[in-house]
Design a protein around this ligand. Structure first.
Ligand code: ADP
Ligand code: MG
Length: 553
């Protein structure tokens, strides 16, 4: 190789490179994300430089091209970005961890295995991921504003060479000599799949060359990074359909940019209908996490599971691109984003709850999920209980008309209708609203004009146990023991009961039922029915007991 200057990586760097290549990423395909990210960064950089230097102007059709060549076993990623001068090639690619090789090496050596990827992220060595799939990498680059081009070549082991080269315009080509066991990265469909997964929303066009034709590989618009005024409702709705696979329009769209201690853009949706397979999916929130437009993961649990119906994207500047799974679990950055995003969604729900009819649509789709939050999220329990809507014994149970909004109540409205001496919010749980509405358990309450909430969803057997009280009023199941009914007068006419008869009836029933029941008592609960099952005062609610039995406990 005449004219090629040979440079050694220092012994230290050589060893580090080996470490990076073998312990950097769990998935090899990520090399492509790193190289495409670098190409996009370089294109951004050139656009920025062109603002003050016309000689570096970006071509109108600037893009990132991926060109697999199966016969030659070469994969080339080309861009129209800033390019690199000879010095930049040496310092950017020849010096691993430009911020200080020695410091990096020390830290990498002493770091626990789970912290290593994080360190590597901090030091910026994404380029070297190319050596996971290539046994030789060639970089030909021409700095924007210059006529000279240079070729940098290395096998990623001990050395690299630099020599003059030719390139007819500014930009960079990275050519990978694909390893024997990495054939898949020469397949256009595979490359397409990787881009879709990891880099779909890179803001520059990415194309893949197949049969001499360039086909677009990415969706291209990082919609969420644009301001509201730049977007039309159609664009937003298209994006909503793209990520949710729904065909309707969102019930709510949250689009904002957080600035300050933590910076991120978010575009989130509350679907207008319950997705087809919603119940079957996992309980984890699937909000997509991006770092500088690049997709990172959709299982960072950016929202609590009781908001798992929310879908969309959060894109931050405050994490490194190659953030590891371990880091995702421990970084305070993510904890802060979670808190901010959760608060924002909750505020949206609160503000939208003032439109009762519209809110009810939401509640019918996802109320059961929100109620899980009353059960499991102590921090938001009271707020969520305040948002919740319930069927009630004094309201028609099967109303489907426009008046439907009126047949639901909030806890606050319930409290406003309570009897003067009433201390508790009464509820009845069961499998089915209609059965509940006709339950004999309600007779005594109805007769006294006391309202009872009718809770018919599975989750309703759990959350009242945790909420215990709302606005100073305790929640009480009507099936739990004697329900304080003596203190309230019966309204209107009732059947005459004869207390004396009970003295004969109760011992007879006890005889007949034996250990099937723990006690038999006279009750104020019933008006027209003869008997009713009750749970002991401090025992489990009846519906809860039934569910426990069903699940074999
Ligand atoms: P990072 O991107 O985190 O800085 P990388 O190892 O991915 O670390 O890249 C190292 C450096 O090499 C980049 O910061 C950039 O200066 C330079 N570089 C890499 N790829 C390109 C490219 N396609 N065009 C211009 N410069 C590049
Ligand atoms: Mg990079």
């Amino acid at each position: 190789q005449t004219g090629a200057e040979q440079h050694e990586f220092s012994a230290e760097v050589g060893r580090l490179l080996d470490l990076v290549v073998h312990s950097l990423y769990s998935e090899r395909e990520i090399f492509l994300r790193e190289l495409v990210a670098n190409a996009a960064d370089a294109t951004d950089k050139r656009r920025f430089e062109a603002l003050t230097d016309g000689a570096r102007a970006l071509p109108d059709d600037a893009k990132i091209r991926i060109n697999p060549d199966k016969d030659a076993r070469l994969l080339t990623i080309s861009d129209d970005g800033s390019g690199m001068s000879r010095e930049e090639l040496v310092s950017n690619l020849g010096t691993i961890a430009r911020s200080g090789t020695r410091a990096f090496g020390k830290e990498l050596e002493s770091a626990r295995p789970e912290d290593k990827p994080n360190l590597i992220g901090q030091f910026g060595v994404g380029f070297y991921a190319a050596f996971m799939v290539a046994d030789r990498v060639e970089v030909v680059s021409r700095r924007a504003g210059s006529d000279d081009a240079w070729r940098w070549t290395s096998d990623g082991k001990g050395a690299y060479t630099i020599e003059p080269a030719a390139r007819d315009k500014a930009g960079t080509d990275i050519t990978l000599h694909i390893k024997d066991d990495a054939d898949e990265f020469l397949e256009p469909w595979k490359l397409q799949e990787i881009i879709r997964k990891w880099a779909d929303h890179i803001s520059w066009p990415v194309t893949i060359l197949k049969d001499d034709a360039e086909s677009p590989a990415n969706e291209g618009t990082a919609l969420w990074r644009k301001s509201k005024s730049e977007l039309t409702e159609d664009q937003i709705n298209d994006f909503y359909r793209h990520i949710t696979h729904n065909f309707d329009t969102p019930w709510a769209t949250l689009h904002w940019r957080a600035e300050g201690t933590i910076e991120f853009s978010a575009l989130l949706f509350i679907p207008g209908s319950r997705p087809f397979e919603f119940g079957e999916q996992s309980r984890e929130s699937k909000i997509r996490l991006h770092v500088r437009r690049m997709f990172i993961t959709d299982d960072a649990m950016l929202l609590p599971s009781w908001l798992r119906f929310v879908q969309g994207v959060v894109d931050t500047e405050d994490l490194p691109l190659n953030v590891s799974r371990e880091m995702l679990q421990s970084t305070p950055v993510l904890a802060r984003i979670r808190k901010a995003v959760t608060g924002r969604v909750l505020n949206e729900l609160k503000s939208k709850s003032s439109d009762a009819e519209s809110f009810l649509k939401f509640w019918e789709n996802f109320g059961s999920v929100v109620k899980e939050g009353i059960w499991e999220d102590a921090e938001h329990r009271t707020e969520l209980a305040g948002l919740a809507r319930f069927r009630s014994s004094v309201l028609p149970a099967d109303e489907k008309s426009e008046e439907a909004a009126k047949s639901w109540t909030t806890l606050a409205d319930y409290i406003s209708r309570m009897k003067p001496d009433q201390e508790a919010i009464y509820y009845l749980t069961g499998d089915n609203e209609e059965v509940l509405a006709n339950s004999p358990q309600l007779e005594g309450f109805r007769a006294r004009g006391i309202e009872v909430l009718l809770l018919s969803e599975p989750v309703d057997s759990f959350w009242p146990d945790r909420l215990t009280s709302f606005d100073g009023k305790t929640l009480k199941s009507v099936t739990q023991g004697h329900a304080d009914l003596e203190t309230f007068p019966v309204e209107g006419e009732t059947a005459e009961g004869d207390a004396a008869d009970l003295d004969i009836l109760i011992p007879a029933l006890k005889d007949a039922l034996g250990s099937e029941v723990s006690d038999i008592r006279g009750t104020d609960r019933l008006v027209s029915s003869a008997v009713v099952l009750a749970a002991p005062e401090h025992g489990m609610d009846l519906q809860m007991a039934k569910l426990m039995r069903r699940s074999g406990q």
